[in-house]
Design a protein around this ligand. Structure first.
Ligand code: ZN
Length: 283
């Protein structure tokens, strides 16, 4: 199923069902873990002298890259919302008619001062520009303000998409889930997908941070558009959003998201991380 405004009713039902499933799964995993502890105890008693070899997770089937797509096929019309309460709604509380196709990533629009737009009133164009600025809320190596450009600070190697809590997140291309992370700080609940680029065979990683729920396991092969998780605000996040980052291979079996040191020059950071929107456009 495609993540488009036309499919909104089906997507909402799916998300509702997933939140219900979470409660069932909590109970299920408690039982499974209890059984696992008992079984492990029995195994250790019986097989204490046996030798174990841990098999590395290597791909057994070729990973098709497909073509790169955006992580969302829609955005709420943020610019049309008036109150903080409206802006703070979760995915299922927003009416399907309030969603539109994602705006183009246009850096001139993104840098247009928000204060000037707020002064201009409520024309459809102004609402669209505000939607765009909020949707792409933090730019590639941008500052944490809605008027920031790109490559002005080395603290943010990726793009933040402001999206309501509970929104499904798509894999941006075909690949294999390299790592699932659950951290208290940083990117919180995060999924890392490994991609092999067509033609060059370069190994690239897409990183999806601050998820509310992770819906894939390490090793899973995904196609472009596979729903890998649900938007949240886990880790160091102010408000629910998706942090999307595209990293180059630093030779690690389990990829660690690239975080430049405070004094790393911006030219240096470009070696290890790629502009997500340019990447999606190129591939
Ligand atoms: Zn971010």
């Amino acid at each position: 199923m495609k993540l488009t405004p036309q499919n909104m009713n089906r997507i909402r039902k799916l998300v509702d069902a997933m939140y219900r499933d979470r409660i069932v799964m909590h109970t299920f995993w408690t039982i499974v873990l209890t059984c696992a502890v008992i079984v492990t105890g029995v195994m250790i008693t019986h097989l204490v002298s046996a030798r174990y070899a841990v098999l590395p997770m290597e791909p057994t089937v070729p990973i098709a890259f497909g073509c790169a797509i955006e992580p969302f096929g829609f955005t709420p019309r943020w610019g049309a919302m008036k109150s903080d309460a409206e802006l703070a709604r979760n995915f299922c509380e927003i009416s399907p008619t309030e969603f539109i196709q994602p705006p183009l990533y246009d850096i001139d629009t993104l840098q247009f001062p928000l204060a000037d737009l707020n002064d201009e009133g409520v024309s459809a164009d102004v609402q669209d520009m505000i939607t765009s600025k909020l949707f792409y809320s933090t730019r590639h190596f941008g500052l944490y303000n809605l008027d920031s450009g790109e490559y002005v600070a080395n603290t943010h190697p990726g793009i933040d998409f402001k999206m309501p809590k509970g929104t499904p997140v798509s894999a941006i291309a075909g690949g294999r889930v390299n790592r699932v992370m659950r951290e208290d700080g940083g990117l919180g609940n995060a999924v890392i997908v490994e991609h092999i680029l067509p033609r060059t065979q370069e190994r690239i990683f897409s990183v999806y941070g601050h998820l509310d729920m992770i819906l894939v396991q390490e090793g899973l092969i995904v196609k472009p558009g596979h729903i890998i998780g649900i938007v949240g605000d886990s880790g160091d996040a102010r408000g629910s959003h998706l942090h999307l980052q595209i990293d180059r291979d630093r030779g690690l079996l389990r990829h660690q998201p690239y975080v430049p040191a405070r004094d790393t020059p911006l030219e240096e950071t470009a070696k290890w991380t790629v502009h997500p929107m340019e990447f999606i456009e190129q591939y």
